[in-house]
Write a protein that binds this ligand. Structure first.
Ligand code: ZN
Length: 274
């Protein structure tokens, strides 16, 4: 497939809204550091930094979402589903969507076609063990490949949320199949704001959450004029910390005050797009 893939406009996904907001959480936990190097398994500081997500971040995020009556989408690597099954069960019990985020959290472009197929199969298996039939996929580091993209509809996946060539959803034609694309951007990702991880190339930043909340709400506000899709992407090990949770709450409150902004889960939106 030469970029860009064949695409078509989305169905009526906006309805009466001026913009749609998705709250998405990538439940990475230890997966990214273990993917960066197996030696991290013995590095208790690195492992505990990541474990903060499922241990502390997720329960607080679930409380916040519950307080505002909002449903979110959690993208879960297979490694996390195996290491933290009770956490994923809590997310499910609270009525949120759980979707695929690869098995190992290794970047797809570094893997052969067969390795990518195995990674997807293992991720599906890990979620199936928790009773999840996922409808969506997000590539680790948003680094999607042709190989994995074409495998998605064969696994019953309805949407991907990894590409950046629009700020409105669209349909992707993949041979005889089609899936919805729910585009993302680094400016709406907490990784770029807060990730301070042992490997310098995967994060060395700690920004002020008040500035981050302003960045996110200004983007959503402007998107009401362009009729766009605002996909907020947060990681519980980063945004579960107290002042950063408040940044998410500021975003939620701002969106709630905008009567022309609708919240959705990724799966609900994908069905309208298709
Ligand atoms: Zn991730």
């Amino acid at each position: 497939m030469i970029y860009p893939p064949s695409s078509a406009p989305a169905g009526d996904w906006l309805g009466d809204a001026a913009a749609v907001a998705l709250l998405t959480f990538d439940l990475d936990a230890e997966a990214p550091v273990l993917a960066a190097g197996e030696h991290y398994a013995a590095d208790l500081s690195a492992m505990s930094h990541q474990a903060y997500g499922p241990r502390v971040g997720v329960p607080r995020i679930l409380d916040l979402l519950g307080a505002y009556g909002l449903k979110a989408t959690f993208f879960v690597p297979g490694v996390t589903a195996e290491r933290w099954p009770r956490t994923v069960e809590r997310v499910l019990a609270a009525g949120h969507e759980v979707a695929l985020h690869g098995y190992s959290h290794r970047p797809l472009p570094d893997m052969s076609r067969d390795e990518q197929a195995r990674d997807l199969e293992r991720c599906l298996g890990a979620l199936a063990d928790l009773g999840v039939e996922p409808e969506g996929y997000r590539a680790p580091y948003w680094r999607l490949t042709r190989e994995t993209l074409y495998l998605l509809p064969t696994c019953g996946i309805l949407y991907d949320s990894s590409l950046m060539d629009d700020d409105r959803p669209y349909r992707l034609h993949l041979g005889g199949e089609q899936i919805a694309e729910l585009p993302v951007h680094w400016s709406l990702d907490d990784w770029e704001q807060y990730a301070f991880l042992p490997e310098p190339d995967i994060g060395e930043r700690i920004e002020n959450p008040r500035d981050v909340a302003r960045l996110w709400t200004e983007e959503l506000d402007a998107m009401r004029k362009t009729n766009s899709l605002c996909v907020l992407t947060c990681h519980p090990f980063l945004s579960g910390r107290p002042s950063r949770l408040r940044a998410i709450e500021d975003f939620v409150q701002f969106a709630g005050e905008c009567t022309d902004v609708r919240f959705s889960t990724a799966s609900e939106l994908a069905k309208l797009v298709l």
